[in-house]
Design a protein around this ligand. Structure first.
Ligand code: GLU
Length: 445
């Protein structure tokens, strides 16, 4: 990178030591923005980069709760209110033992640009806890959520900061969190959280939106070559909300997903993943992918193995950050993968992205490809604000339009910056410019 950019990055390293995921996310954006940043004098003069990488507010708090044996347990809660230039902070909550300040900051940082790309009025934020919902009873999850909201409630609001789900936070957790917020605030403020159940303010289509949007985006990419996902085979990692609904949409459009995974290993199902069975095991039983393989005739459980060696046309990493390394992408290339679209946030390591680019694979960064989830959260906010509930087909049509817009914005921006076909440059630059220009208009903030 140019010396001036390196200096800003060095400063960021100094200010944020021991935050490898955050440093990685910042570096990726800075590298892909180099031509833009150097060409825009106003960005340099107003220290826009230095400001954008510094969160507006970082909240860390103790969450004390009692387990089923009345033992007192302690976790750490986070809410990073990263950037409110375009609207209230918006982004999910992640409950997973791997959560650290670095993880939440990288997620919040990416959320700024992702949310900008959706074209809706939402800023960027993220939160969560190192609490592990796996193996906890419903009562324990409820008590944890109530304790977490006890503090979080001071910092959120429909016009201030609107959390939603992420890994480990689904309909059950959002229900408990909302119930507690309502008790504390003494008001039914529907728009304070998104991802609510449909009966009390949730939007139809929000559950499906991230996975559906991902496959719509991949389809748009292939359409540029006169192709589509129809007839294509895909390897998918993960087995949560994003993976499940990506597989469902892929099957609706005539493709076939042949894998799922979790921390225990992966499943190869040559007949195509049975989505109803997957939902039963994951959503109802809260089980593991090994159980899927045990009851599905031709499926094979591969303990401790990733999915990237399985031959296919498309790869959709939908599990978590840094799950795909350079060797995985080499294996994909070897087996004929033509497109990688990130369903998770930052699933490819920097080395993996480099290999994908050098091997001329189509690559879509999560900021663009998985933006359908948060975009539909913004649709949920619109419905809540206007006391409406739209039919499912209306929401899905809007989602389709939004994904198409993001796709064309990425391509036109990349073209303008002399990086034709580079979705990463397009997504980072388009998201960045939208926020940076607005920040300049709003003064030194
Ligand atoms: N956690 C999701 C994401 O990474 C959705 C956030 C939201 O709906 O606010 O974008």
């Amino acid at each position: 990178m140019d010396a001036r950019l390196e200096a800003v990055y060095e400063e960021a390293l100094k200010r944020n030591p021991t935050q490898p995921e955050f440093q990685q996310a910042v570096r990726e954006v800075m590298e892909s923005l180099e031509p833009l940043l150097l060409s825009r004098r106003d960005y340099q003069d107003s220290a826009i980069l230095e400001r954008i990488i510094e969160p507006e507010r970082q909240i860390m708090f103790r969450v004390a709760w009692q387990d089923d044996d009345n033992k007192v347990r302690v976790n750490r809660g986070y809410r990073i209110q990263f950037n409110s230039t375009l609207g209230p902070y918006k982004g999910g909550l992640r409950f997973h033992p791997s959560v650290t300040l670095s993880v939440i900051k990288f997620l919040g940082f990416e959320q700024i640009f992702k949310n900008a790309l959706t074209g809706q009025g939402i800023g960027g934020g993220k939160g969560g806890s190192d609490f592990d919902p796996h193996g906890k009873s419903d009562d324990e999850v409820m008590r944890f959520c109530q304790a977490f909201m006890m503090e979080l409630s001071r910092h959120i609001g429909a016009d201030v900061d609107v959390p939603a789900g992420d890994i480990g936070v689904g309909a059950r957790e959002i229900g408990y969190l909302f119930g507690q917020y309502k008790r504390i605030a003494n008001r039914n403020e529907a728009g304070v959280l998104t991802g609510k159940a449909v009966g009390w303010g949730g939007s139809l289509g929000r559950t499906e939106a991230t996975g559906y949007g991902l496959v719509m985006f991949a389809n748009n990419m292939l359409a540029e070559r006169g192709d589509s996902v129809e007839g294509k085979t895909a390897i998918v990692s993960g087995s949560g909300n994003v993976a499940t609904y990506a597989i469902e949409k892929l099957h609706q459009l005539g493709g076939k997903a042949v894998s799922i995974s979790d921390s225990g290993g992966s499943v190869y199902d040559p007949d195509g993943i049975d989505v109803d069975l997957l939902k039963l095991i994951k959503e109802v039983r809260r089980g593991r992918v090994a159980e899927y393989a045990a009851v599905r005739p031709n499926a094979e459980f591969r303990a401790g193995q990733k999915v990237w060696e399985i031959p296919a046309d498309l790869a959709l990493p939908c599990a978590t950050q840094n799950e795909v390394d350079a060797n995985d992408v080499r294996a994909m290339h070897h087996h004929g993968i033509e497109l990688v679209a990130e369903g998770a946030n930052m699933p490819l390591t920097p080395g993996a992205i480099e290999v994908a680019e050098n091997s001329k694979m189509l690559f879509a960064p999560g900021k663009a490809a998985n933006a359908g989830g948060v975009a539909t959260s913004a649709l949920e906010m619109q419905q809540n604000a206007s006391l409406q509930a739209w039919p499912a087909d209306v929401v899905e049509e809007k989602l389709e339009g939004i994904m198409e817009d993001i796709h064309s914005t990425c391509l036109t921006t990349a073209e303008e910056l002399d990086a034709p076909g580079n979705y990463m440059v397009g997504a980072n630059a388009a998201g960045f410019m939208k926020v940076a220009d607005a920040m300049i208009q709003q003064g030194v903030v």
